[in-house]
Design a protein around this ligand. Structure first.
Ligand SMILES: [Cu+2]
Length: 138
């Protein structure tokens, strides 16, 4: 009885291995196990966002973030591009998360994916008078 239980366990493990190897694996060890059509969900497109995150942009120019406030949906990737000839940063003071770019040199950009809804208030860490806001909605 014990051995029987054991062999069942081994069989299940072997099956699981075959499944995890997928169709690409060599199925040389396939000994006509009854084809269980209780299919393992192989190609599950996981959850909400199929087709990648949406994107939005903020420009840094003339010592200002534009536009601000910027309203985006959760999961949006926001890219700040520095069109000034000075280095700026995006430093979040208040928000569910605290994106902090570090120095964004002239002509460079910084991207951040907002995964939590809320209001994000940020400044330029170098020029503290530069204020910006991102509002992330569900
Ligand atoms: Cu700045």
């Amino acid at each position: 009885m014990r051995t029987q239980l054991r062999s069942i366990t081994i069989g299940a493990t072997a099956l699981a291995t075959v499944v995890s190897l997928g169709l690409s694996g060599c199925s040389s060890s396939s000994k006509s196990s009854s084809p269980s059509t209780t299919a393992a969900p192989t190609a599950t497109t996981t959850g909400a966002t199929s087709g990648g995150p949406s994107a939005d942009a903020v420009t840094i120019q003339g010592f200002a973030f534009n536009p601000t406030p910027k309203t985006v949906k959760v999961g949006t990737k926001v890219t700040w591009t520095n069109d000034d000839s000075f280095t700026h940063t995006v430093k979040t003071l208040q928000g569910p998360t605290k994106p902090d770019s570090g120095g964004i040199h002239s002509g460079k950009s910084f991207s951040y994916v907002f995964t939590k809804p809320g209001t994000y208030q940020y400044i330029c860490g170098i020029h503290n008078s530069m204020h910006g806001t991102v509002v992330v909605t569900n």
